[in-house]
Ligand binder design. Structure first.
Ligand code: ADP
Ligand code: 5GP
Length: 208
């Protein structure tokens, strides 16, 4: 259906994107998470095939050379990519895909999936972002430094997106994103087939 809008979400690391995506998936079974492929090592608690497909640098290069990625990028020193077969898997399951990609991924997907809604999640401040990364206790000091260093560069790219959501209170951020997705599905351009069909049917059989 045309008004099933694919969702693309980006955020500086630590802004709360994974937390929010988990909530979106839990509350709307029509959504399916596009599991990316990465060379990053799994964090504690992450699950192969749920959070990422974890592969070696060599295997990533092979997939890249074979043209198996819809898009890919080096982010914070590791490779990440959306495999074409992952997108096919979601389509076969009848799911509305939700993509978690960085800025470069967003630029690429804008070309390949132009009808998606592009949402940027930002923290209330960079100080709070730093605190969240530290409290999460999943990244080394070095990784936190890299991620904070990249955050400002990423924030400067906010114009790439259709919606900007500040993740201050998690609940409000989830509702804001759900509202954006819903509003997007009612855009006139997505509803023209529906309305035109009614008009066409009633040209032949006017009521009254
Ligand atoms: P990302 O996926 O964007 O890197 P996470 O979802 O892992 O970020 O969130 C980073 C940390 O901040 C986690 O420990 C998470 O529990 C916490 N967090 C997320 N959203 C909020 C919020 N609104 N208020 C306080 N802490 C939050
Ligand atoms: P993390 O290591 O914190 O899970 O993710 C680091 C960054 O990589 C995040 O900005 C995330 O959005 C991005 N990322 C995850 N998967 C992909 C992907 O498939 N493609 C691109 N371009 N970026 C991704």
């Amino acid at each position: 259906m045309k008004n099933n809008v694919p969702v693309v979400i980006s955020a500086p690391s630590g802004a709360g994107k994974s937390t929010i995506i988990r909530r979106l998936l839990k509350e709307d079974s029509r959504l399916g998470f596009s599991v990316s492929t990465t060379t990053r090592r799994p964090r504690d608690g992450e699950v192969e095939g749920r959070d990422y497909y974890y592969i070696s640098d060599d295997d990533f290069s092979k997939m890249r050379e074979a043209g198996e990625f819809l898009e890919w990028a080096v982010v914070h020193g590791n490779c990440y990519g959306t495999a074409k077969k992952e997108v096919d898997r979601l389509a076969a399951a009848g799911k509305i895909p939700i993509f978690d990609v960085d800025i470069q991924g967003t630029k690429n997907l804008r070309n390949t999936i132009p009808d998606a809604v592009y949402i940027f999640i930002v923290p209330p401040s960079l100080q709070i972002l730093e605190q969240r990364l530290k409290d999460r206790k999943t990244d080394s000091e070095e990784q936190i430094r890299i991620r904070l260093g990249n955050a400002l560069k990423e924030l400067r790219e906010y114009r790439l997106y259709d919606y900007l959501v500040v993740n201050d209170q998690i609940e409000a951020a989830v509702v804001a994103i759900q509202s954006a997705i819903r509003a997007e599905s009612h855009r006139l351009a997505r509803m023209t087939d529906f309305i035109e069909k009614i008009l066409e049917e009633n040209n032949d059989h006017p009521i009254g």
